[in-house]
Design a protein around this ligand. Sequence first.
Ligand SMILES: [Zn+2]
Length: 89
Amino acid sequence: MSQPASHNSVAWETTACPLCGETRSTPILRASDLLYRVLGEFSLVRCDACRHVFLNPRPTRECIGNFYSADYGPFRGGGDCKLRIVGRT
Ligand SMILES: [Zn+2]
């Protein structure tokens, strides 16, 4: 298994709510990565308008792949993934 990127080697961006576009949010949790043990903490916030919970700041689109090893399940194929990233253009 290859190693995912460290937290500090990734470019981060602050974002508005990906569902409604609200820029105000409230921090609700800071946590570490328990699956791949990526160093550092990740911040979850709750949108002040629609209450959606999302990662903020988040890795940029160009860097998000660095968090996942080559053997990460969805990268192995074998099906049509129904998931998509909401609100990223
Ligand atoms: Zn929202």
